[in-house]
Ligand binder design. Structure first.
Ligand code: MN
Length: 526
């Protein structure tokens, strides 16, 4: 059973199978969903990981939507070497100009423009007649084509469009130079059977489609995003738009790892394959979770914590006799490794650096020095340092923002018969700033004291504490999400912060300071 073997870039690839391009929109469609915003450094780190896992096209953002988006698309375009980098643009001159400015220095730039073709969207959103939409779609595709050979056109709300009109638009944009045509299920309305028929039908009505890349983009409002994408592949689609863990607008997008593993495990059924290195899936999911602070549901396919756990005794027994009894794919095939003892307090910087490299991280010398110092502190407190601990340290190091504030020390007084108080001392530009606050419990007191230091009243939106590994001496991984009500967004701006320590109060304070530093960085505060 070849499906079980290998780690992704396996030897079982067969010629004659269709190659399906993976278009990742984690940084655009995913990032625009609530609680998923990422800063520039985080986006670059995520983009590098997506490239490492073999994604064909990365949609890095929507260049015209904000100056921050423009800079991140431009930086990602200049950083990546193997992937196509796309920016989204509405079908207008200003949008396309801005998109091109952002992606022009990419190794393989793509402009991705979109215009809605459904009666609902044309009448109520665009206030345009179908003739005007046709005119704008074709004219703007031709305009984008003057800049860029690689142009994708998306007919927004395609699955609810009149198929005759859609075919006309598709023929028009291909004649105008589109090299990829995406027909999205923008509102997550279609079903697998319907999407299958839809793509066969449109290929017949717009035969030029067979000379370009045909793409599907499915949302998950009915929980059918992945199934609809697979049905589209069966109908001849050669590009799938998706996100890590299915993050995205509303109920999200089709989950990349589920599509990839469905094609991998059932390749004879679909007769299609992707270029994804499947053993990078777990790391990509972990990185996204760390950055956004949003956890994956435990029973989520492929990347959920329980996806490979066998609880029932009869199952455990079967798996021990032969994994194939209850496992359709190995944990290793998605990059899930047993947490193993690797290093201790006597390990040197060289051994640590090697281990970090083996885990797939590339750190600068300065980052390695900082990470190694953190490792030594941890190894002193904790008997056994696992891969997960090292990944927690390193992943935090690589997505760090400038440290406007650092923790000097804290004293907390707490108990069930007294009001909690906290004295927090932070350093800023070499100056000590100390404040005292009371609060409902030790963390509330500590967070309020930090608010006093920065002179702001932040809302604590969420707080979570997890153990990185099992055992009494495990590191605590604290997550805080704060909201700056005065921020530029409609409801202010939201920032997540993480902190690691074997002391959970300290981990929580680190997390709060990390979120505050991200706020200072993103809002350009001094
Ligand atoms: Mn979408």
């Amino acid at each position: 059973m070849t499906e079980q073997a290998g780690n992704g870039r396996d030897s079982s690839k067969k010629t004659g199978f269709a190659n399906v391009k993976i278009f990742d929109t984690t940084l655009r469609d995913g990032e625009q969903s609530p609680g998923m915003s990422m800063n520039l450094k985080e986006k670059i780190e995520m983009a590098k990981q997506l490239e490492r896992m073999g994604v064909d096209i990365i949609e890095a953002g929507f260049a015209i939507s904000s100056p921050g988006d423009f800079i991140s698309v431009k930086t990602i375009a200049e950083t990546l070497k193997d992937c196509t980098v796309a920016s989204l643009a509405r079908a207008s001159i200003e949008d396309i100009d801005r998109a091109w400015e952002a992606v022009r220095d990419a190794a393989d730039p793509r402009i991705h423009l979109f215009l809605a073709t459904s009666p609902l969207h044309m009448e109520y959103k665009l206030h345009l007649t179908p003739d005007k939409v046709y005119e704008q779609a074709t004219a703007m595709t031709a305009y984008a084509k003057k800049y860029c050979a690689n142009v994708e056109f998306s007919a927004e709300d395609a699955t609810r469009s009149d198929i005759g009109f859609l075919a006309k638009v598709v023929e028009g944009v291909i004649a105008a130079g589109a090299t990829t045509v995406n027909l999205p299920d923008t509102v997550g309305y279609t079903t697998p059977e319907e999407n299958y028929r839809f793509f066969l039908d449109i290929r017949e009505r717009a035969p030029s489609l067979n000379g370009v890349v045909i793409s599907t983009h499915c949302h998950n409002d009915l929980g059918l995003g992945v199934a609809n994408s697979l049905a589209a592949i069966r109908a001849g689609v050669t590009q799938v738009e998706c996100t890590i863990n299915g993050i995205g607008e509303r109920a999200g997008n089709a989950a990349m790892e589920e599509i990839v593993m469905a094609l991998y495990v059932r390749k004879e059924e679909y007769r299609a394959e992707t270029n994804i290195i499947t053993s990078e899936i777990t790391r990509s999911s972990n990185l996204l979770t760390r950055i956004t602070g949003v956890k994956v549901q435990p029973n989520k396919a492929i990347t959920g914590e329980n996806a490979f756990a066998h609880e029932a005794g009869i199952h455990q027994h079967g798996v021990m006799q032969n994994p194939l009894t209850y496992e359709i794919m190995t944990p290793a095939s998605v990059g899930l490794k047993e947490s193993n003892l690797v290093l201790g307090k006597h390990s040197g910087k060289h051994a640590f650096g090697e281990r970090v490299k083996n885990l797939g991280y590339t750190l600068t010398d300065a980052e390695l020095v900082t990470a190694f110092e953190k490792f030594k502190v941890l190894a002193d407190k904790k008997k056994q340092v696992y891969d997960k601990d090292i990944e927690a340290i390193v992943a935090k190091e690589t997505v760090q923002v400038p440290k406007t504030f650092t923790l000097k020390n804290f004293v907390i007084n707490s108990g069930n018969a007294i009001t909690s108080t906290a004295v927090i001392t932070l350093m800023r530009d070499g100056n000590r700033i100390e404040r005292v606050s009371g609060g409902d419990g030790p963390l509330d007191a500590a967070f309020k004291a930090i608010d006093k230091i920065i002179g702001m009243d932040l809302n604590l939106e969420d707080y979570q504490l997890n153990a990185v590994t099992e055992g009494e001496d495990a590191m605590g991984d604290a997550l805080v999400i704060i909201r700056n009500k005065e921020g530029a967004g409609d409801d202010g701006n939201v920032y997540s912060g993480r902190g690691l320590s074997t002391d959970i109060v300290e981990a929580s304070i680190y997390a709060y300071i990390n979120a505050v530093n991200k706020m200072y960085y993103a809002e350009g505060r001094r």
